[in-house]
Design a protein around this ligand. Structure first.
Ligand SMILES: C[S@@+](CC[C@H](N)C(=O)[O-])C[C@H]1O[C@@H](n2cnc3c(N)ncnc32)[C@H](O)[C@@H]1O
Length: 282
């Protein structure tokens, strides 16, 4: 274990040793769709192949990012949440979780987690906390919740006896059923006290003709285990919230979740094909 910068904990090898630019990675492909510069040819090729199957994918990525920001704002402003655990952080861009939360409440504390070495390489941009709050970055895999929950940087940054906003935004579709994403989410929620929240979004095939859904999934298949997207139905998405109270308006397209102030007209549910929801643990 090495520490590259205060608050950034890395694995046994340096992040640059683990960056394989010949294979597309979700964080870099998403960065490409969002118009960022932190991506390589393999990411752009994979992004274009998926856009050929699903031409509104850039709209979907943008709307997902806006959902994340509205969800954080809602949790900070309306629900009074001051601690966030954001797993599947992505490459830092504008209005990251701590910036949105700290704009509402500067004392907000945020732990970021991602397993992509390219995100780790950019992690310093996530450690720009307000002096009153705190941020940390942990290089870990969602499928290993015990490691995340026991991590010293998490325990230093957030108090697990007080409510936490667990953010799983556009990450669960990278976890295949075989890795039991439902058990992973349940384990994480189990460690959080009542009054905590889960905010999640997920790609779906519900509005896509079956051949388009097949093509989009096939386009991500060449990327190896990192990139493969597991589209899920509304029913499958709702299961992640079992035992929680959904916040109004419940499960919607990410583009429609509390989007009254969002730019009009709103894209259609099919153009976005991503569900989003926020729910409270009681
Ligand atoms: C599409 S991006 C979403 C970024 C951000 N949550 C958002 O919605 O704007 C998905 C992120 O999840 C990360 N990721 C995918 N599978 C993961 C896993 N098993 N453990 C940790 N991070 C993972 C990827 O590296 C990527 O940064």
């Amino acid at each position: 274990m090495t520490t590259d910068a205060p608050g950034v904990t890395t694995g046994p090898t340096h992040p640059s040793d683990r960056i394989d630019t010949s294979v597309a990675h979700p964080a870099r492909r998403y960065n490409y769709w969002l118009g960022g510069k932190d991506n390589f040819q393999a990411d752009r090729d994979s992004g274009d192949a998926m856009a050929a199957a699903f031409p509104t994918i850039r709209t979907a990525a943008l709307e997902n990012r806006r959902f994340l920001q509205r969800a954080v704002r809602h949790l900070a402003r309306e629900a009074g949440i001051r601690q966030f655990l954001d797993i599947g952080t992505g490459i830092p861009t504008a209005d990251n979780t701590h910036e949105v939360a700290q704009a509402v409440a500067p004392e907000s504390r945020v732990v970021y987690v991602d397993n992509d070495p390219i995100v780790l390489a950019h992690a310093r941009a996530l450690l720009t906390s307000s002096p009153q709050g705190a941020t940390a970055y942990i290089d870990a895999d969602l499928r290993d919740p015990e490691r995340i929950l026991a991590h010293p940087d998490l325990l230093r940054t957030i108090d697990l006896s007080r409510p936490v906003g667990l953010m799983l935004v556009a990450i669960l579709h990278f976890v295949p059923d075989g890795d039991d994403p439902y058990a992973v989410v349940a384990r994480l929620l189990d460690a959080l006290p009542p009054g905590s929240y889960l905010a999640a979004s997920h790609a779906t095939h519900d509005y896509l003709p079956p051949e388009i859904a097949r093509e989009a999934k096939a386009a991500s298949r060449g990327d190896g285990p990192h990139g493969l997207i597991n589209l899920r139905s509304r029913e499958e998405f709702v299961r992640f919230f079992d035992g929680l109270e959904l916040v109004e308006p419940g499960v919607t397209s990410v583009a429609e979740w509390r989007a009254d102030d969002a730019p009009q007209p709103r894209p259609s549910v099919a153009e976005v094909s991503m569900y989003g929801a926020v729910a409270r643990k009681s």
